[in-house]
Design a protein around this ligand. Structure first.
Ligand code: MG
Length: 421
């Protein structure tokens, strides 16, 4: 029997009537037994950056306060440019109350409307600032960030391993595929685009030949048959190909029941993405190079993707990722964030992902940088049996191990220095 039939819901609707009269006394009892907390008075005193190069460049942002605490955030891609932009945001942040996270974010975004604040480096820089503000807010209020975002739907988030292989058939694959399984991952990803494929007839145009499509299918077949049946497999085409290729590959891969086929065409070609999606049973995923809510409106309205994959470290930040996830939920589209950052950014992603009902799975992309990954934060390895659990500590609950992080510092950049450029 359906526990939540219309009849039972209507019946239940009458119940709160008695509860309404009980509320004032309940509220009074709670107030009498609690210790009221004062909202902390805190002001931003400095904004500093450090830049590292691991899987691509990352900018770490620290926001300092007059109360001796700081928050740390991380943004990725276009990192060298974003550091300069972050320093340019200082004048809009210093002296401000960091607990007004969304208002500060909006102030900086609106200020940049005529300077490219619709996406790219400007929004990536703003993202690092916003994520640092959330860590700071959690520390100032003594709560984990997930609690500030409305609380948890789940205690831990499922991760997938990007295998980061040049060729999924061969020695590297023989070594990595068993490792991914042993580490407890239940999903993984391979890349299908190969600029060096001898079957390519042109160095610039990415219309795939029959030989290239055969090679892609053989890669998927090999990996699919080498990993457990229950492990999910996603494949990435990096938005390089045209609509015809995308459609042919998606259909050719149908027997392999992929978790998704990622960006068969560039993400701005929304009509082509929709056309491919409607021509195949292979789920289509895209979004890592789209920015802000407005980057996702047409994609969702045209039902061009089965799954969206915003990069939380560049899409606008934690609040923005949550808003995009909520928009996607209105279309019953799952949310599977792209993630190529350190344990700090990954943990920030985990805090927001536990608050998102339509969360599916999150990327991990440091398989080729294991030693740095395992020691980058003082807490050590954060992926346990293929899952990340946000701790119940204030903020994100992880702290950079600077000794390790400095080993991957981008040459010629400064390290959390005051007023650096
Ligand atoms: Mg991708």
């Amino acid at each position: 029997m359906n526990r939540y039939s219309r009849r039972s819901l209507l019946k239940g609707a009458a119940l709160p009537a008695a509860g309404i009269f009980a509320l004032p006394s309940l509220a009074r009892a709670i107030q009498e037994t609690s210790t009221p907390q004062q909202r902390p008075k805190v002001k931003i005193t400095d904004v500093r950056t450090a830049q590292v190069l691991v899987h691509g460049p990352q900018t770490h942002v620290r926001i300092y306060t007059d109360q001796g605490i700081y928050g740390q955030g991380e943004s990725t891609d276009a990192a060298v440019g974003t550091a300069s932009l972050v320093h340019g945001f200082r004048r809009m942040l210093i002296g401000q109350d960091p607990l007004n996270v969304d208002a500060l974010w909006e102030k900086i975004r609106v200020q940049g409307i005529f300077a490219g604040a619709q996406g790219g480096q400007y929004i990536t820089a703003l993202t690092g600032v916003e994520i640092a503000l959330w860590d700071l807010a959690g520390k100032a209020l003594g709560l984990p960030v997930y609690q500030l975002m409305g609380g948890k739907f789940r205690d831990k988030i499922r991760m997938y391993c990007d295998s980061d292989m040049e060729n999924p058939v061969g020695a590297e694959s023989d070594r990595k595929l068993p490792w991914i399984k042993e580490r407890g991952f239940t999903a993984m990803k391979i890349d299908l685009d190969d600029a060096t494929d001898p079957a390519r007839f042109d160095k610039v145009n990415w219309t795939a030949s029959n030989g290239e499509i055969d090679r892609m299918v053989s890669w998927v077949k090999h990996v699919r048959e080498s990993i457990p049946k229950e492990m999910d497999l996603a494949c990435d085409m990096h938005g390089r190909y045209d609509a015809t290729t995308g459609k042919r590959v998606a259909v050719a891969l149908e027997p392999y029941r992929l978790l998704w086929l990622e960006e068969p065409v560039p993400p701005e070609d929304i009509d082509a993405m929709a056309d491919i999606r409607h021509s195949t049973t292979t789920p289509i995923c895209c979004g890592e190079n789209l920015y802000l809510r407005w980057g996702y409106t047409e994609l969702l309205q045209k039902r061009a993707a089965d799954i969206i994959m915003p990069d939380i470290q560049k899409v606008g930040g934690l609040s923005e990722a949550r808003k995009i996830a909520n928009m996607a939920q209105a279309y019953y589209v799952p949310f599977a964030p792209h993630c190529v950052v350190s344990p700090i950014g990954t943990m920030a992603s985990a805090h927001v992902c536990v608050t998102i009902p339509n969360y599916l799975v999150c990327e991990w992309h440091w398989i080729n940088h294991l030693e740095v990954w395992k020691t980058f934060v003082k807490e050590g390895e954060i992926i346990i049996n293929g899952y990340v659990t946000p701790p119940d500590k204030p903020g994100f609950g992880v702290e950079m191990n600077e000794e390790v992080a400095k080993t991957v510092q981008i040459k010629g950049t400064t390290w959390f220095e005051p007023n650096n450029t």
